[in-house]
Design a protein around this ligand. Structure first.
Ligand SMILES: Nc1ncnc2c1ncn2[C@@H]1O[C@H](COP(=O)(O)OP(=O)(O)OP(=O)(O)O)[C@@H](O)[C@H]1O
Length: 294
């Protein structure tokens, strides 16, 4: 498998607290990866380690086949969570800076995007709205023609229409430039719309990662008469369980047919699947990374 991002036992500690720990992950090339998880799960920490802005306390991380670090920067486009821009510089200044700093800079792409967005190149970045700033940051990220684009909650500040346009632009860039993308988001609907690969990070650990299509085809909701989940066949891995006096509802992962007629079996939406993993307490048993690929 050709990977753009590979982490083994990766950890980052601030003082005595682990922001990310024991993170093992492989992200294949050519994907648009959605990284989701609750606040404080470690998403930004993972992305900052990937772009070399942080150094690991433990473990390793490789990006595009080499250890993450400064030598990789030209190949990676990064839009940080707060979409940093220089408030006193104009949009045109930002594009000039981009051209000066990036060997593969595509100026016609950058100019065309700014024009299509209806932004005035003379406008100072400090005067742009949050959404416009995010669009400028995306333009800078895409126009350096990276092999990997990493976006940390790029749409958080955008209204629903601007969000949709932003993601459409991103999809176009993916189709035109053959780049891989990793984006973190709290909005599963956005991930569903734009991503084909999912990583769920909870409490600094990867809970599941895999192709979204495969994940949806291997997870089910079972409901039926109350039952102890320990009595399920070994091939049915329980992700979440809730019980009333008479009824049990389980989310399970399996690649085998479900034969027990006592269960009513239904498919999960991506949101249900994410919530099932997000709600899971991190216990020693839930720690192994579940990698689902076909
Ligand atoms: N510079 C820092 N110093 C100390 N602790 C930090 C620092 N940066 C992050 N942390 C802690 O590390 C943990 C992971 O933070 P991180 O920002 O990676 O989470 P996140 O998943 O991106 O969260 P969110 O969805 O809220 O943006 C949190 O508990 C956070 O408080």
């Amino acid at each position: 498998m050709n990977t753009v991002l590979q982490a083994h036992g990766l950890g980052k500690k601030y003082g005595r607290r682990w922001a990310l720990s024991d993170c093992t992950l492989e992200v294949p090339a050519g994907r648009v990866v959605g990284l989701v998880g609750p606040n404080g799960a470690g998403k930004s920490t993972l992305l900052n380690l990937a772009v070399g802005l942080l150094t690991p306390t433990s473990g390793t991380i490789e990006v595009l086949g080499s250890p993450a670090g400064t030598s990789q920067r030209a190949k990676i486009g990064f839009v940080a969570q707060d979409t940093p821009t220089y408030s006193r510089l104009s949009i045109a200044d930002h594009l000039r800076l981009g051209a000066g700093l990036n060997p593969n800079w595509d100026d016609s792409l950058a100019q065309a995007r700014i024009q299509r967005l209806g932004l005035n190149p003379k406008q100072r970045a400090g005067r742009l709205s949050g959404g416009q700033r995010a669009q400028l940051a995306l333009t800078l990220g895409i126009s350096k023609r990276p092999e990997l684009l990493i976006l940390d909650e790029p749409v958080a500040a955008l209204d629903p229409l601007a969000r949709r346009e932003f993601l459409q632009d991103l999809m176009e860039a993916v189709a035109e430039q053959e780049l891989s993308v990793v984006l973190s988001s709290h909005l599963v609907s956005d991930v569903e719309r734009s991503c084909d690969y999912l990583v769920v990070l909870v409490d600094s650990r990867v809970q599941i990662s895999g192709e979204i299509e495969t994940l949806l085809a291997t997870h089910y909701r079972l409901s039926g008469p109350r039952r102890d989940e320990k009595t399920l066949p070994a091939a049915q891995h329980v992700i979440s369980a809730s019980h009333t006096d008479r009824q049990s509802t389980l989310v399970i992962r399996t690649d085998q047919p479900i034969l027990d007629p006592a269960w009513t079996v239904s498919q999960l939406s991506l949101e249900d699947l994410v919530l099932a993993y997000m709600g899971r307490a991190v216990t020693p048993e839930s720690r192994p990374v579940l990698e689902v690929q076909r």
